[in-house]
Design a protein around this ligand. Structure first.
Ligand SMILES: [Zn+2]
Ligand SMILES: [Zn+2]
Length: 244
């Protein structure tokens, strides 16, 4: 994958579509957001086949720190929040990098909702299973996983609702329509993914006429991705087609 990205970058630079400085600037902007989607995939599976009695997450292995993953099931009556513990493993390989805006005041709830607060122990990490969003009935596993925000897996904020404006988003407004670019959806797990994001943002910023074409190709390719794919595979293909 790295060589594919490199070839595309070389082609864009040779064609004068963007500059190395522009690509690096976008890369730096998102470099601290690297994180995988294993927790989101586990939540999507549980939304798809609910099991309120499940204690351990399907498909989640022990964290490299040695802790096991314990599930906390939200309901309309109970909201769980995992309070960060300073100086210990954050479980980022499953949950992604913790959101920078983080605190109990982020919990939004009705007056009848009970809040439960948890901290990781020496043997256990927690994964909150949020209530499945409305209007998600016809979604496949990949789409469901994309709705699970990093914040929601810690019990702050709510799962993303498709199309809802997110005032906390960083990055250019024109890129928010690209799947996988809203702040809570971002899951840049590998160097090639970060480079691909930077290439798309640099290319569309320097050649705004590319934006529409990239967006259309992205939507089309993303709709057919299997659940374990990286959304940034679609970014790479979409950019390659738009700049061909
Ligand atoms: Zn991974
Ligand atoms: Zn851990």
């Amino acid at each position: 994958m790295d060589t594919t990205v490199q070839r595309l970058e070389d082609r864009m630079l040779a064609g004068g579509l963007t500059t190395a400085r522009s690509i690096d600037r976008w890369s730096d902007l998102h470099a601290d957001e690297v994180g995988p989607r294993h927790g989101a995939q586990a939540v999507a599976r549980l939304w798809d086949r609910p099991d309120p009695a499940a204690v351990h997450a399907p498909g989640l292995r022990r964290c490299p720190c040695g802790r096991r993953w314990r599930l906390l099931h939200d309901s309309t009556a109970v909201r769980n929040t995992v309070v960060p513990t300073a100086g210990t493993c954050t479980g980022w390989r499953v949950l992604g990098i913790p959101p920078s805006r983080y605190g109990p005041h982020d919990v939004d709830r009705g007056p009848e909702t009970h809040l439960r607060f948890w901290s990781d122990t020496t043997t256990v990490h927690h994964l909150v299973v949020p209530v499945r969003p409305e209007r998600s009935a016809d979604r496949g596993l990949f789409d469901l996983a994309a709705l699970v925000s990093r914040a929601a897996m810690r019990g702050v904020g709510t799962p993303s609702v498709p199309g809802r404006d997110d005032p906390t988003a960083t990055g250019p407004p024109w890129a928010q329509r690209f799947p996988g670019y809203r702040l809570d959806e971002r899951a840049i797990d590998q160097p090639w993914e970060l480079r691909t994001v930077a290439l798309v943002l640099a290319g569309v910023e320097d050649r705004p006429e590319l934006g529409e074409r990239v967006g259309v190709e992205l939507d089309r390719i993303a709709a057919r991705l299997p659940i374990r794919s990286s959304i940034y595979t679609a970014w790479l293909w979409a950019l390659a087609r738009a700049t061909h």
